[in-house]
Write a protein of this length. Structure first.
Lengths: 414, 107
């Protein structure tokens, strides 16, 4: 086995086993901190030993056993120091490995604990990426443009709260499940969106690492909750969005809007998988399943867009019908803004502008509101007003590629 | 595990008769389900006296130690297996007394 093979094996084990190891240790020792540290030590030991000893036949079992030993060592050390007698907890350290189904449930417990509603949203995101995703504190800090020490503190405070307030380590009861799953999906969608339209002057416009991680974690939830329509919807939405990534930023670093993208550059495999999921959900709803939630509707909208080989073939009446359905579930001004963009294609920019102008109070501080107005005004030949709207959009936008696009559009005005 | 459920009020005035009745129903439920430890309502913050006896002589100051728009109007101490149980009870308590509540675990 070459060095590259071993490195691959370690990377793969990290992707496949990290959450499993942290979850089973948390279950066993009742302590996220112990679990996290022991898992990290076990992977560090693998990096040290596997190149010389070879990759073990069952990397997951090797990592779990090693992490268990590290955790027990730590607890023994602390007990000695503190003079406490917690040895009883360690009596069963030769337990046979748990059956696969049970361990899968453990990962679900871990996810629900990290995304608990008693934790702040930014804390849930950080904790999920660390405990479930296995990203290092430094990686998470970089992703959200904060100091590593501040991110470390955020995660430590969260672990302390989970322990002190006794946030339970379990899958919520059936009656609470839909609300709690939607909380988990909100965390994953936030990670994805930060990757897809990264903010900040010094980051890449599209953060492939974050979108990939969000998709990977959503696939995991999908595997654990295969019957949940919204999980399937979010996965489809992410896949159909990610599929367009290569076409989304031009060679000169400008954001390319959907209508101007080179559709041949879209990832056909991701589009096909996204379409398959959307069809599966349509069939489930048609067969009398639960009505689709917002993620399924957003996925369906993206399925309509990605079905058109040319932007002129887009079925805009279908898109507007789906937005109407979405507005009924989520009457937020952002949904109304996106609906207006589709209305512009169906009923013309004048009708759309009237809808957009009604959103000024709610969205006056949001760059996409001004960018949408600027585009509609440009299409109506009202160049002076368009220029002013582009100025406001540029002022408020945080994504470098989007700023480049808006600036060129503005400068093309007469 | 015990939790303090603090009732945070942002307007003057005691509980209305309707609120009192709802609180009684909620308290009965806490007792029946084994969550009850203690509860009480507090008089207005203006009735507070602050005592500092860290120095040579005890100092007495009229009024609450923090002037704020929101104040502690009362509290429950509940017994609950974990935070999920405590949060559900606190949500029912907030509905009953018609005020915001804060949940905090005891050490």
């Amino acid at each position: 086995m070459t060095v590259a093979d071993v490195t691959d094996a370690i990377t793969r084990a990290h992707h496949e086993e990290w959450a499993r190891v942290v979850a089973s240790l948390t279950r066993r020792f009742g302590d996220l901190d112990v679990a996290e540290e022991a898992a990290a030590e076990a992977f560090a030991t693998a990096v040290e030993r596997w190149p010389a000893d070879g990759v073990p036949p069952n990397p997951g079992a090797w990592l779990t056993t090693t992490a268990n030993r590290k955790a027990i060592d730590r607890i023994r050390r602390e007990n000695k120091r503190g003079g406490k007698h917690k040895e009883a907890q360690l009596l069963h350290d030769d337990d046979p490995p748990e059956p696969l189904g049970a361990i899968d449930d453990e990962r679900l417990r871990l996810i629900f604990t990290c995304c608990h509603p008693a934790l702040a949203m930014e804390t849930r995101v950080a904790l999920t990426l660390r405990m479930v995703g296995g990203l290092t504190v430094a990686e998470i800090a970089r992703a959200f443009l904060v100091q590593e020490s501040a991110m470390g503190q955020r995660i430590t405070r969260a672990k302390t709260k989970i322990k002190a307030a006794r946030i339970p380590y379990r899958v919520p009861a059936a009656e609470d499940l839909p609300a709690r799953v939607s909380g988990v999906l909100a965390v994953l969608y936030l990670v994805f969106n930060e990757g897809y339209l990264a903010t900040g002057p010094d980051t890449d416009p599209v953060r492939h690492d974050l979108t990939t991680e969000a998709i990977r974690l959503t696939r995991l939830i999908r595997a654990l909750l295969p019957a949940d329509g919204e999980v399937a919807g979010l996965l489809a939405l992410m896949l159909l969005t990610e599929a367009r990534r290569a076409a989304r930023v031009s060679a000169s670093g400008e954001l390319v809007p959907l209508g101007e993208q080179d559709r041949g550059a879209w990832d056909a495999t991701l589009v096909a998988e996204g379409h398959r999921l959307v069809r599966e959900r349509l069939a489930a709803v048609a067969a009398g399943g639960a009505a689709p939630g917002p993620y399924q509707i957003l996925a369906a909208i993206n399925a309509v867009h990605t079905s058109a080989r040319d932007v002129r073939d887009t079925d805009w009446s279908q898109v507007v019908a789906l937005y109407d359905q979405l507005v009924r579930l989520d009457p937020s001004p952002i949904v109304a803004l996106n609906r207006a963009i589709a209305i512009a294609e169906l009923d013309g920019p004048e009708v759309a502008l009237a809808s957009v102008d009604r959103l000024r109070d709610a969205l006056g501080g949001y760059h996409a509101y001004h960018a949408t107005r600027a585009d509609l005004l440009r299409r109506l030949g009202r160049d002076q007003e368009s220029r002013a709207a582009y100025d406001e959009a540029i002022e408020l936008a945080g994504n470098t590629a989007e700023i480049a696009y808006l600036t060129r559009r503005r400068d093309q005005l007469a | 595990m015990q939790y303090l459920v603090s009732v945070i009020s942002d307007h003057d005035g005691l509980a209305t008769p309707d609120e009192d009745a709802a609180i009684d129903v909620f308290n009965d439920r806490l007792v029946a389900e084994g969550h009850w430890v203690f509860a009480g309502g507090l008089a207005a913050p203006s009735s507070a006296t602050v005592i500092d006896n860290r120095g040579e002589e005890a100092m007495f100051t009229d009024g609450p130690f923090l002037e704020s728009k929101e104040y502690l109007a009362g509290f429950w101490i509940i017994q609950a297996a974990d935070l999920d149980v405590a949060l559900k009870l606190a949500a029912a308590g907030s509905k009953a007394c018609n005020r915001k509540v804060e949940v905090r675990p005891f050490l």
